[in-house]
Design a protein around this ligand. Structure first.
Ligand code: C5P
Length: 406
């Protein structure tokens, strides 16, 4: 994604947290793009990752509290924070976010953050309860309102053995956000509108019961975020999910397949459509108006199903409002690649992203995905990647291709 960015410089502030173990990989990715990295460690960060590791990988001097007095006379914190093109805090602990929101300057890292005149991105990492705490919620709102960019956090299992939001984004996701912030050229989808469907649909049986599926919305939401990161204006039509709204994306919430179709059509015209939602194929032919009661001695009620509209096929149909590139998903349990190609033809879409959702793969609802991309020129097998990285790659491929299609 994007051209080498020699001459760009990132000031990387590393706060304390177990997620600091991902920082060496982030530095490696940045250096791989030719981006200069200067690291600043808080006192707590130095407990999790050594200055020597970061110095070796960044090929640059590392600043930490231990050396701050000499650094001050040699370089000056104002200069250190201003010679960078971008300031990134990763991991951003609850503590450093609170200090940023409060405008404190009680160590080298926060002094730099207060003195900088550059864009600041933060990648929060903390326990889920700390992330959900009213204090952190208020601090994040303050930082966002000041224009601080927020990457993640993701949800999943954390080092503290609790699950939920608070896991730092993967290095690839942070890299994508950094590239988008550094380089206007890394926004190749600027000016284009992308429609993304995500999550399951809920099809009512009666006012309290519904038919649903296990889709989490993680992959669709990550795709919406990745397209937005490349500059697209994104409308995300989402079924009921518990993942947070991606930043900078317009979210339209729906429950049923028919509502999802209506909202998708209302969002047209779009240049790109990615149908990642797990739309229920069937709905109850006529949902009961009142709660269906259990009648002693009577047989259980039969539920008659009827076919739902196919949103992907509808959007793919030729016509003036057909998006230039329509991408569908295929969740299969056997013959994944063959079914993907058949589905591409049947639905009339341009690409199919196929994945193997046999329960033993852990893909449905999980954090990672191994997909095959079926296009007009064949099938590519991608390795097992975090869903965010699948999204970033897909967005990059869309950016490459839409130029050709245009
Ligand atoms: O036919 P199947 O459900 O396997 O197709 C999956 C693809 O079609 C996904 O991209 C999904 O979002 C889309 N789809 C849809 N509307 C439906 C069923 C599937 O958009 N009713």
């Amino acid at each position: 994604m994007g051209a080498p960015m020699a001459e760009k410089r990132v000031l990387l502030i590393v706060a304390g947290g177990i997620a600091a173990f991902k920082v060496p990989e982030l530095i490696r990715l940045l250096r791989g793009r030719g981006i200069g990295v200067t690291c600043v460690l808080t006192k707590a960060a130095a407990e999790f990752v050594t200055p020597l590791t970061l110095q070796t990988l960044s090929e640059n001097r590392v600043y930490s509290e231990m050396f701050s007095l000499t650094d001050e006379s040699e370089i000056g914190h104002i200069q250190l924070s201003r010679s960078a093109d971008l300031v990134v805090v990763a991991p951003a602990s609850a503590n450093i976010l609170a200090r940023m929101a409060g405008g404190l300057a009680d160590d080298l890292a926060t002094t730099l953050l207060l003195a900088t005149d550059k864009r600041v991105l933060v990648a929060p990492a903390m326990n889920v309860r700390m992330w959900d705490h009213a204090a952190t919620v208020a601090n994040m709102a303050t930082l966002r309102s000041r224009g601080v960019g927020v990457i993640g956090p993701n949800s999943g299992m954390m080092a503290c053995n609790e699950a939920g939001f608070g896991r730092m984004s993967e290095p690839e996701e942070i890299l994508a956000a950094i590239l988008a912030a550094l380089e206007p050229g890394a926004r190749p989808l600027a000016g284009l509108h992308a429609l993304v469907t995500s999550g399951p649909t809920h099809e009512p049986i009666d006012p309290v019961r519904y038919i649903a599926n296990r889709s989490s919305g993680k992959q669709g939401h990550a795709i919406a975020a990745a397209l937005a990161a490349l500059g697209a204006r994104v409308t995300l039509v989402s079924g009921p999910v518990s993942v947070p709204d991606p930043v900078g994306v317009k979210v339209v919430r729906v429950e049923t397949a028919r509502q999802m179709l209506d909202a998708s059509q209302a969002a047209l015209p779009a240049d790109i459509a990615v149908c990642a939602a797990a739309v229920a194929d069937f709905r109850v032919a006529s949902a009961a108006q009142g709660k269906i009661k259990k009648v002693p001695g009577a047989p259980p009620p039969a539920i008659e199903l009827t076919l739902n509209p196919d949103i992907l096929a509808t959007l793919s149909a030729a016509g003036p409002s057909r998006p230039r590139l329509v991408v569908g998903f295929a969740a299969e349990t056997d013959d994944v690649v063959a079914h993907a190609q058949q589905k591409r033809a049947r639905k009339g879409c341009d690409w199919i992203v196929a994945n193997d959702v046999r329960p033993e793969t852990g893909i449905m609802g999980g954090e990672a995905n191994a997909v095959h991309l079926a296009t007009e020129s064949g099938v590519e097998d991608w390795p097992m990647l975090p869903k965010s990285e699948v999204a970033a790659r897909l967005a990059a491929r869309i950016a490459q291709s839409i130029g050709k299609i245009a």
